[in-house]
Design a protein around this ligand. Structure first.
Ligand code: TXA
Ligand code: MG
Length: 371
């Protein structure tokens, strides 16, 4: 048993060594982090970074996160580190926290989409850290998925979607956190939460006090991870529906993304349970894989249960809302509009428009689902 573990370790070491060489030579490598898989290139090589945009089909106005293996590497990238950012870095690095700070001139514009700021994080996954150290350069890496789709949380997800378009895929198993990093910007008047993620907002606020939350409506295209529609499967998703207003009888294939063990499963074509015991961390870790499984079943509709917006629940609901926005569903599935409610257990004000999700979809009806 131990011998086999050693063999795997040696094989992984060889692959990391090879991956680092590819990065140094200007190639692109998919690698695991504790949040999701990233697609990385030398952050100081604009041509290599341009290939990431090409492979992902990502618009050039969407800046990338630069990954470092040591907080000291920030010196190569940013002009200054405000004291609140410093405190968070001390507490959460390595880990799923990204800080957006004023950049140094030598950081290529393609990485930051021409912004005066750069997003930086130090991942916790040993393979990621090892790769950055051996490549001996900061690694610019978005999530390793086609633009707009769900982030990959296994090497298999990356293989399915980007496969031979990347130079190498490092397999570090499933990502333990499962949702992307929390992004905080320190360039506004106070710290601003751009994206809820793997570090809980409550933990951040316990260290630096109240944080302003960026709203979907105020978001600029400079941060498309915060675009209204993002992290989306092909199948339409609806959150907070009422059973009475969904037509289960038309022979339609409807799937359920359930937070805990659901009571009545019979009417669904397939049910994915995020966490039987209702644990938000476990639910986050399973979120993207569960949605991918549902998305692979050619369903007409996915109904996604809301989770409490505390801890990791904030990131889960953020991703579900974005996945569900701006889609068009078959009007025969919806008998009537149903207003989207904020979570009853939310300790935060509802930050998004209360306009009906189903309403918006049926109003904008353009294509029939069901492929
Ligand atoms: O967990 C994560 O953060 C993963 C892993 C691979 O590290 N990465 C990730 O990258 O989610 P990506 O590119 O999928 O999302 C990064 C988000 C985008 O929404 C981008 O717009 C935003 O970060 N971003 C990057 N640089 C920024 C900047 N200078 N100002 C504001 N937003 C920025
Ligand atoms: Mg992404």
């Amino acid at each position: 048993m131990e011998g086999r573990a050693n063999q795997i370790q040696m094989k992984n070491n060889r692959l990391i060594h090879q991956a680092a060489k590819i990065i140094r030579k200007g190639g692109i490598v998919a690698f695991p982090t504790e949040t999701v898989y990233g697609l990385g290139a030398d952050a100081f090589n604009p041509i290599a970074v341009a290939r990431i945009f090409e492979v992902k089909g990502r618009p050039y106005f969407d800046p990338l996160i630069v990954h470092v293996a040591d907080p000291a590497d920030l010196d190569r990238l940013v002009i200054e580190i405000p004291s609140k950012a410093k405190k968070l870095i001390e507490q959460f690095w390595p880990g799923p926290l990204t800080v957006v700070l004023l950049k140094k001139e030598n950081v290529p514009d393609i990485v930051t989409a021409g912004l005066s700021t750069v997003a930086v994080r130090m991942p916790k996954h040993p393979m990621a850290l090892n790769l950055i150290e051996q490549a001996d350069c900061p690694i610019a890496a978005p999530s390793a998925n086609p633009f707009g789709y769900l982030s990959p949380t296994t090497a298999g997800h990356v293989r399915e979607q980007l496969g031979d378009r990347v130079d190498l895929i490092l397999d570090g198993g499933p990502c333990p956190v499962g949702v992307e990093s929390t992004i905080l910007s320190f360039t506004e008047k106070g710290p601003l939460l751009l994206r809820p993620g793997g570090v809980e907002l409550e933990e951040v606020e316990s260290i630096i006090g109240k944080v302003k939350i960026s709203s979907i409506e105020e978001d600029k295209p400079s941060s498309p991870g915060t675009l209204p529609r993002h992290y989306a499967p092909r199948t339409p998703i609806v959150i907070n529906w009422s059973d009475k207003k969904i037509d289960f009888n038309e022979g339609k294939k409807i799937g359920l993304l359930s937070f805990k063990e659901p009571k009545n499963c019979l009417k669904y074509h397939h049910v994915e349970v995020l966490s039987k015991r209702g644990d938000l961390r476990e639910a986050a870790a399973n979120l993207f894989t569960a949605i991918r499984r549902l998305d692979a079943l050619n369903l007409d509709l996915i109904l996604a249960e809301a989770v409490p917006e505390i801890g990791l629940g904030l990131a889960i609901m953020d991703r579900l809302r974005r996945a569900s926005r701006g889609q068009f569903i078959d009007s025969s599935l919806c008998l009537e509009h149903h207003p989207v409610q904020g979570s009853a257990q939310s300790n935060r004000p509802e930050r998004h428009s209360e306009e009906s999700c189903l309403g918006r979809m049926t109003k904008n009806l353009k294509i029939k689902v069901g492929r």
